[in-house]
Design a protein around this ligand. Structure first.
Ligand SMILES: NC(=O)c1ccc[n+]([C@@H]2O[C@H](COP(=O)([O-])OP(=O)(O)OC[C@H]3O[C@@H](n4cnc5c(N)ncnc54)[C@H](OP(=O)(O)O)[C@@H]3O)[C@@H](O)[C@H]2O)c1
Length: 294
């Protein structure tokens, strides 16, 4: 499989997003934790070397599953987490991005994953979810994470759910190496941030790459006539076309599709072999957008 990079770390272009391993709504434990540990082990057997996680998945559920299934970790495994959010008692995602909260959250990830150092921590902002709302200053948030980088607790810093302008500022302020934004064939609103990532040779890691479980993204992809036509031509699944479309946008797009199904995991990793031609890309440009609103 071809590779991309997170700063100086080389990773395969298709990794794994662990969010789907928590219970329904990413809240509480899953119905079948042994299945979910098996998904993680199978991911590594198939060569996955990049896992995306968060302590607020569950909360306190997904990182435990990763540790139980995979610790001691292979040397080449890149664990990437995100900070800046927490969960209410009802499971709502709430902003929690004050500098001292960010530090506590990184420490909680290190403890739960039982590791001394994370490959990367993403600063998860709320500027796309709640435009205009008050957030801690980017400068202060990044300074807290730079402190952790200096202590060796995180190797790299990324930003998540941010405007193109925030990406530029974060590169200047902290030398961030990655952007993790919502982006898919159903929601191309992240295009400008992707272009900034390209300009600065950053990784661009789309989340909700299949349009999101929250809004039935995979079913919408399977129902789209342009996607299904390309899928039939190549003899692959519509979801694979949607993931291949993402890989074709920029050579340092790194995928982290989420699933709790071994069959889906295998399909998603096989996408590295799907080569779309210019005619396919032109047809896929006609897919009607259906952005995720949660
Ligand atoms: N930075 C952020 O704020 C943020 C937000 C959301 C997510 N993320 C990260 O991004 C990762 C990817 O996002 P995501 O998992 O929500 O989105 P997604 O990949 O767009 O959607 C996941 C949904 O797709 C289904 N699915 C996966 N592979 C499939 C396949 N081959 N065929 C049919 N259905 C398939 C999954 O169901 P099954 O389980 O049944 O396969 C699940 O319902 C997450 O795991 C997480 O690590 C980050």
């Amino acid at each position: 499989m071809s590779t991309g990079h997170i700063g100086d770390f080389t990773v395969k272009r298709v990794g794994y997003g662990a969010m789907q391993l928590a219970g329904p709504g990413v809240f509480g434990p899953p119905a079948d934790p042994e299945n979910n540990r098996a998904v993680l082990r199978r991911a590594l057997e198939l060569g996955v070397d990049h896992i995306d996680t968060a302590q607020f998945y569950g909360p306190d559920v997904v990182n435990d599953l990763i540790r139980e299934a995979l610790h001691p970790y292979p040397e080449n495994l890149r664990l990437v987490t995100k900070v800046g959010a927490e969960r209410s008692e009802k499971g709502e995602f709430l902003p929690a991005g004050r500098p001292e909260q960010l530090v506590e959250q990184v420490e909680a990830n290190l403890r739960a994953l039982d590791t001394d150092r994370l490959t990367m921590v993403n600063l998860r902002r709320y500027e796309l979810d709640a435009p205009g709302s008050e957030e801690p200053a980017l400068e202060d948030q990044l300074a807290a994470l730079v402190g952790l980088r200096e202590q060796g607790k995180v190797a790299e810093i990324g930003v998540s759910s941010v405007s193109a302008d925030t990406v530029r500022r974060a590169v200047d302020l902290a030398g961030v190496v990655s952007v993790q934004n919502p982006y898919s064939i159903l929601d191309r609103s992240g295009q400008e941030a992707l272009e900034v990532a390209r300009d600065h040779d950053l990784a661009f890691v789309p989340y909700f790459p299949l349009g999101s479980a929250f809004t039935g993204g995979p079913a919408k992809i399977a129902a789209d006539p342009h996607v299904t036509a390309v899928a039939q031509k190549h003899g692959v699944a519509p979801t694979q076309v949607a993931l291949a479309w993402l890989l074709a946008q920029y050579e340092n797009v790194l995928l982290i599709p989420g699933t709790s199904s071994i069959a889906h995991l295998e399909d998603n990793l096989a996408v590295a072999d799907v080569q779309l031609d210019p005619e396919d890309l032109s047809q896929l440009g006609k897919v009607e957008e259906s952005p995720v609103e949660i």
